[in-house]
Design a protein around this ligand. Structure first.
Ligand code: DQA
Length: 143
């Protein structure tokens, strides 16, 4: 099974960006962890990152059209992008929303996810392990 791991704005700056919140590992470390987890689970994992809402939406359309399972960290789009939400709502394959930090334990504006209701489920607060758990959920999900 092919799986897309999609990442929204500022996640390309992992390791540089607020390391107290997001850790010292880089985006390339994250991508390698996801691909390695995929190899263990028998999934072909492709990792992408964009700062552009339009590009993220085009990838979600690609996933919907191809019925491709997705692990998605929508980053700040989580909290306000109805366009990302509407793109996710078109999917039929599983989609796991993941976060590195636990948004519920942070600022008030992070307590709302406008995408959670259209995701299959959400994993947050486990650092980069959130992605590993998300991939495990995809591997175990009934399509
Ligand atoms: C994040 C949490 C969001 O609130 C934030 O805007 C991010 C990263 C996380 O992975 O913890 O960019 O999605």
């Amino acid at each position: 099974t092919h799986v897309l791991v999609l990442n929204g704005p500022n996640l390309g700056r992992l390791g540089i960006r607020e390391p107290d919140v997001y850790g010292a590992q880089t985006f390339e470390d994250l991508a390698e962890l996801c691909r390695e987890t995929g190899r263990e689970l028998g999934l072909s994992v492709e990792v992408r990152q964009t700062d552009s809402e339009a590009e993220l939406i085009s990838w979600l359309h690609e996933a919907a059209d191809g019925r491709i399972p997705v692990v998605l960290n929508p980053a700040a789009f989580t909290h306000y992008s109805y366009a990302v939400r509407d793109a996710i709502a078109q999917r039929t394959a599983p989609l796991v929303e993941v976060h590195i930090s636990n948004p519920a334990a942070r600022e008030e504006f992070r307590h709302t996810s406008v995408v959670a209701a259209v995701a299959t489920g959400t994993i947050a607060g486990f650092g980069l392990q959130s992605y590993v758990l998300g991939l495990r959920a995809i591997a175990g999900a009934k399509e």
